[in-house]
Structures are given as structure tokens and as C-alpha cells.
Write a protein that binds this ligand. Structure first.
Ligand SMILES: Nc1ncnc2c1ncn2[C@@H]1O[C@H](COP(=O)(O)OP(=O)(O)O)[C@@H](O)[C@H]1O
Ligand SMILES: [Mg+2]
Length: 309
């Protein structure tokens, strides 16, 4: 990898921004990725994705694309489909895996089918709130199926909170679900190529790892090494690979987990374009295994070269 001449990548478009609810995060990720590529001698430039993206991609000389878009349109397979159509090599998962991973509901159906543990869950609608509580209890996380960055999510610990939580999620998505709260510990595992990076344990004093705890608060604690005994750490990494492969993901990504009081792991979701600022989780895990930010970005980009396929 380190032997690649940066000029071999040709001209690299870093797609960032877009109009999803995660636009701000993507602006930071894209800028950090582009800086790192340029710093390593790659001919990279930024494209803020908007309705003119097709014309823009056609009008530039581009050899390959680094996707640094989070949320709908960038992470959900549509941009990937456009790039396939234009025969432009791009980073990360292909169309179908991107679409599946973006849909937490569909992802959980696949996890369940593949015996990958995930919290018990039910679809929510305005008129089934009570029956969901009867079935899976009143300690719930309510989520829109397609958002990221904890947007539209709420924690419910009593029956009277469910209505409001449902409405908050329904503002973002017609597909809303509730899953059982699993709260003893939270972990995330980055996948790079076919390897996993060291798991990170996340600790927050917020009710959960919400938008503020992710991007604003400075009191979120990231533990890497994560403190698990080696056989539990191996089990977690193995689950991350299973979840990643079950959705058909490729290249790089990050799998989020909760653990219960007994230490059992539950898979929450796979992120196919996780945050990539220099203080994001994947770069943190990469650093723990000796890869600095620039080496990480080059590793991801090098997967688009014909020799790596
Ligand atoms: N079932 C759950 N039990 C407890 N906390 C949860 C549960 N699901 C999600 N969370 C919390 O909410 C955060 C965001 O959930 P996640 O499913 O990873 O969605 P996203 O990161 O796409 O917003 C998690 O990092 C975790 O802190
Ligand atoms: Mg998550």
C-alpha cells in the first residue's frame, strides 16, 4: 500500500455535503479527507453534492471518487448507482449494501435471519403503541429507519413517553420502529478492507450517544483499547465482520453495538460512510492500530485501484 505513487490515483473527487440531515458532519469529513489526500500528494478536490451533481461529474476530469457523504443520497446507494453508471471507481460499499445499511429496519431483518444478535424490535404506527409495549416492554429506543447521527431518536422508559417519541421519529421517516433498550455498554468496531480495527468503548453522561454527545460535547469518553477480555473482544470483532458481510458491505465501515449486563452483544447498525474528521471513531481506531489519518484515507482510496479488486 505504502508503495503506491500518489499520482497513480489520478484526479480524485471527494464528494461531500449534500442535503441530508447530516450535511454539517459531511462537510467536516470531506474537508478532512481532501486535506489528507492533498497532503499525501494526491490530486484531490471537493465537490459539494447538489441537484447539479450529474453535470458536475461529467464536466470534470475524474479518475476516482472518495465518498464522504453521510445520510440519504450519499450513503444510501443513489450516488453509488450514479457512479456505477458513469463507470467511475468509488470508495466503500456498492449500491445494494449501501441501501440496506442505510435502512436500520431492513438491516435488522437480515441480522435476525442470519442469527446475528440485535435488540428485539417492532414497527411503530400511531395506533399500535400500546401493543408494542405489551410485546417488548416499555424500555425502548424509538428510531426512524433511515436517519443517522441519532437524529429523530428518543429513549423511552415509561408508557407515557412513547407517543411523543413516536411523533419525533415520524417527522423524519414514515418507517419508525422501537427496539428494546440495551444499556450496560456501547461499542463500535471499524472495518477496513477485510480486517477489523480495535473496538472502541463509548461512554456518555447523556441519556444515550445522541447528536450532542457525538459532535458537540467534550465529555464523551472513548476507550481504545476497549477494556474487554480478549475472548470477548474477539467475539465482538467477529460479530462486526458478520454484520458487515450479512449486508454485503465492502471496503470500509463501522458497526455499532450495545452490550447488556451479562455482557451479551447486540448489533445496532452498520455505517457504510462513517464520520471521517480527524477526531472521528474510525480514525481513532485506525490510530490505535498504527495507521494515521493520512494512511487510513489512502488505504480506503487504494481499494478503488484495479490491482486491489
Ligand atoms: N437499543 C438501544 N438501546 C440503548 N441505546 C441505543 C439503542 N439503540 C441506539 N441506542 C443509542 O443511540 C445511538 C444511535 O443509535 P444507532 O442505531 O447507532 O443510530 P445512528 O448512529 O444512525 O443515529 C447509539 O449510539 C446508542 O447510544
Ligand atoms: Mg450509530
Amino acid at each position: 500500500m505504502s508503495t503506491i505513487n500518489p499520482k497513480e490515483f489520478g484526479r480524485v473527487a471527494v464528494l461531500y455535503g449534500g442535503d441530508s440531515a447530516e450535511r454539517e458532519v459531511s462537510l467536516n469529513s470531506g474537508a478532512a479527507v481532501c486535506d489528507a489526500l492533498c497532503g499525501a500528494g494526491v490530486d484531490a478536490f471537493l465537490i459539494d453534492v447538489d441537484a447539479d451533481i450529474v453535470t458536475r461529474l461529467q464536466s470534470e476530469k475524474i479518475d476516482r471518487v472518495f465518498i464522504a457523504l453521510h445520510g440519504a443520497a450519499g450513503e444510501d446507494g443513489r450516488i453509488q448507482a450514479l457512479l456505477e453508471f458513469m463507470q467511475l471507481p468509488y470508495t466503500g460499499s456498492r449500491v445494494q449494501a449501501s441501501a440496506l445499511a442505510m435502512d436500520k429496519w431492513k438491516s435488522k431483518q437480515i441480522f435476525t435471519a442470519e442469527a446475528i444478535p440485535t435488540p428485539e424490535y417492532r414497527a411503530l404506527s400511531a395506533d399500535n403503541l400500546n401493543s408494542v409495549i405489551e410485546e417488548i416492554g416499555e424500555h425502548l429506543m424509538v428510531k426512524p429507519a433511515h436517519e443517522g447521527s441519532s437524529i429523530g431518536m428518543s429513549k423511552v422508559t415509561s408508557r407515557d413517553q412513547l407517543q411523543q417519541a413516536y411523533q419525533a421519529a415520524a417527522q423524519y421517516d414514515s418507517n419508525v420502529f422501537a427496539e428494546q433498550l440495551i444499556e450496560a455498554a456501547e461499542y463500535t468496531v471499524a472495518v477496513l478492507g477485510t480486517e477489523t480495527l480495535p473496538p472502541i468503548k463509548l461512554e456518555t453522561d447523556h441519556q444515550f450517544y445522541d447528536y450532542d454527545a457525538k459532535y458537540i460535547a467534550d465529555d464523551t469518553r472513548y476507550l481504545c483499547p476497549c477494556g474487554l477480555p480478549s475472548e470477548k473482544e474477539a467475539e465482538l470483532k467477529n460479530l462486526a465482520v458478520q454484520a458487515f458481510q450479512a449486508l454485503g458491505c465492502e471496503g470500509w465501515g463501522r458497526v455499532d453495538f450495545m452490550a447488556d449486563e451479562q455482557g451479551a452483544f447486540y448489533t445496532l447498525e452498520v455505517n457504510t460512510v462513517p464520520g471521517m474528521t480527524d477526531h472521528s471513531l474510525v480514525p481513532m481506531a485506525a490510530k490505535a492500530s498504527g495507521l494515521d489519518f493520512s494512511a487510513l484515507v489512502l488505504n480506503i482510496l487504494s481499494q478503488t485501484l484495479p490491482s486491489s479488486q
